[in-house]
Design a protein around this ligand. Structure first.
Ligand code: HGA
Length: 612
């Protein structure tokens, strides 16, 4: 989604802003722009397409300045054109915006009536004109911003500069992420701390409703005009490693990082085959009280939640519902007393999940209901971590590829650890079962390494997909969400239309699609459902479908005409979905590479979905 970078310094920050935008590229965008304050005026360049286009334009125009804002735009209102690219300028004011101003039409009409001319189709441009209008009363810049912010409805993060204020950068956070990078004699803003790592590792996390004034020497944060304190946190090296190493794509690097990422996630919770005493210690009272689980998530995280539902219900007898956040937040679901609400999100900033969480908390408080909230997420400093009662981190390290891989498998690992913890607290899980699953979890990185070694065979299969237009993924039980996840991965990065189905649903509709040209991917661990799954495979073959089977090495399923089998190392039933994620990730990756798509930044998609 849109990325903001800004800074105020003594040196020229042009290169810092451009480098910051490059580091935000992974989030997905369609155009980019920069505005610097220099020689008493706003110097602006904007370009459609990649940041390198903007970089060339900036180099050619030789624009330099020690105060400025920059932006990568992922269009929500108005096409990806140069005129719609940010920053938007009104007289001496320049603004970058992440989010949506929902009441922009009304505001625009009022501004047009006052004589303002609009040069873009965006919702964002109203902000620049509103500030110009507010300044007419003689108010200083900060006060003008404070006056106009209450007029804006929706979610937004803003970076604002004015050519008469060469040492002031203003930042506003209301529903979209924004952090301050604290330097020495210079300060910065960004929608993602990763953008600022070349200049600082000290960050101040703004909260909703904060308006910050940054100069070279100081940072002041205000809430409704009152000065407030926001602590400065230092990031450690594990959070700041964002290099691609020797890998061709971030996605491939992240696929191969899974054994280590899972090991890290386990280490915070397990001591030998027992749970560590300090693991989620503060949550014990809440866990004792809860009678059901409600998981809220989007996309891949939603699939992780779907798998956890099987685990919560079958392993520890705890009812569990899972829902897509964009539906949950708008359908006024009944908030049930003694429920643990679990938000799953790689970034911890996913707009729909965050909004669903906030709405749930508000409605529970209004009815005096006893609920508890917990985030499973990969970013310790995220909004969701700050706003839930408890959190469980996936220690996967930064995930840059838009298609989630290591974040997904560490989410599953974290969810299983949570199941064990709640089962232990509520005494619904036998110690022996806990110890057995803990042992299997420790063994998991090795099994994943073995699954990764199937890469060459999977590459061979992927060559058969290159010309295909459609694909089905089938699985049963906890492999059903992996079928959904496999289809999602293939769609996201190879642009092949794919659908995931519970194999039992085949004859209720999708079987009609099966013909000679339809590849069907089957996920076949050796579990109680294997025989039923084999029948589903027969049904596909009888209609001429071509099978691509990821099967347990002891499943007895062999390659034959129009049936290609890759043997997957045996794993305990509970953990099979984590291991079967690997072949579907590799398959999508190789198909995408062969089709020549932009694997790490697929078209139209964004990494951290911070607008709804
Ligand atoms: N609504 C603005 C900004 C979009 C955005 O934040 N995307 O992530 C626009 O369309 O320009």
């Amino acid at each position: 989604m849109c990325g903001i970078v800004g800074g105020v310094a003594e040196r020229s920050i042009t290169n810092i802003l451009i480098e910051g935008l490059k580091r935000l590229e992974y989030r997905g965008y369609d155009s980019a722009g920069v505005a610097l304050v220099g020689q008493g005026q706003i110097l602006r360049e904007r370009r459609v397409g990649k940041v390198v286009n903007l970089e060339s334009a900036v180099t050619e125009a030789q624009i330099l300045g020690s105060l400025g804002i920059a932006h990568t735009r992922w269009a929500t209102h108005g096409k990806p054109t140069e005129n719609n690219a940010h920053p938007h300028v009104s007289d001496q004011v320049a603004v970058v915006h992440n989010g949506i101003i929902e009441n922009y039409q009304e505001l625009k009409q009022d501004l047009i009536a006052l004589g303002y001319h609009f040069s873009s189709e965006t919702d964002s441009e109203v902000v620049a004109h509103l500030i110009t209008e507010a300044l007419k009363s003689g108010a200083p810049l900060l006060q003008a911003v404070e006056q106009i912010v209450p007029k804006l409805k929706g979610a937004f993060a803003l970076g604002i500069v004015h050519s008469d204020y060469p040492d002031e950068l203003i930042a506003v956070r209301e529903g979209s992420p924004l952090v301050i990078g604290v330097g020495i004699g210079e300060n910065f803003i960004s929608s993602d701390q990763l953008a600022l790592l070349p200049v600082t590792n000290r960050f101040m996390y703004l909260e909703e409703g904060d308006i910050a004034l940054l100069t070279r020497e100081k940072i002041e944060v205000f809430v409704q005009g009152q000065l407030v304190e926001r602590p400065v946190k230092e990031l450690d090296a594990t959070v700041t490693n964002t290099s691609k190493g020797n890998y061709k794509h971030y996605m491939l690097k992240e696929i191969h990082e899974q054994p280590e990422a899972i090991q890290q996630t386990l280490s915070q919770a397990l001591n030998g085959n027992a749970l560590r005493e300090d693991f989620l210690k503060d949550a014990v009272i809440d866990f004792n009280q809860i009678q059901q689980i409600q998981i809220i998530a989007c996309g891949t995280s939603y699939h992780a939640g779907m798998i956890a539902k099987y685990w919560f219900e079958q392993l520890i007898d705890l009812p569990c519902q899972v829902e897509i956040a964009s539906e949950f937040r708008y359908r006024s679901p009944v908030i049930v007393d003694r429920t643990l609400y679990i938000c799953i999100s790689q970034s911890g900033e996913t707009a729909d999940t965050l909004a669903a969480l906030r709405d749930t908390q508000k409605r529970a408080a209004a009815k005096h209901l006893m609920i508890s909230t917990l985030t499973i997420c990969n970013v310790a400093t995220s909004s969701m971590v700050r706003e839930t009662n408890h959190h469980l981190l996936t220690l996967a390290g930064p995930e840059i590829g838009v298609a989630s891989t290591k974040a997904f498998t560490t989410q599953l690992t974290a969810l299983m650890l949570l199941v064990l913890k709640i089962g232990q607290v509520k005494q619904t899980l036998a110690d022996s079962v806990l110890a057995e699953i803990a042992a299997d979890l420790w063994h998991l990185p090795k099994v994943i390494l073995a699954a990764l070694q199937k890469d060459a065979s999977i590459l061979g299969l992927s060559e058969l997909f290159v010309e295909k237009n459609h694909c089905l993924f089938l699985g049963r039980g906890t492999e059903f969400p992996i079928a959904l996840e496999g289809a999602l991965k293939l769609k996201e990065i190879s642009y092949i239309h794919a659908e995931g189905y519970a194999a039992g649903e085949l004859k209720h509709g999708p079987l009609a699609l099966v013909d000679n040209d339809m590849p069907v991917v089957i996920l076949a661990p050796k579990d109680d459902m294997l025989d039923k799954l084999k029948s589903n495979m027969e049904e596909v073959q009888a209609r001429g479908g071509e099978l691509f089977v990821f099967a347990d090495e002891n499943s007895g399923i062999q390659s034959q005409d129009r049936q290609h089998v890759v043997k997957i190392p045996s794993v305990s039933n509970w953990l099979a979905p984590i291991v079967y994620s690997i072949p579907v990730q590799l398959l999508s990756y190789h198909v995408a590479v062969l089709r020549g798509t932009d694997v790490d930044q697929p078209r139209n998609l964004a990494k951290s979905v911070t607008v709804e």
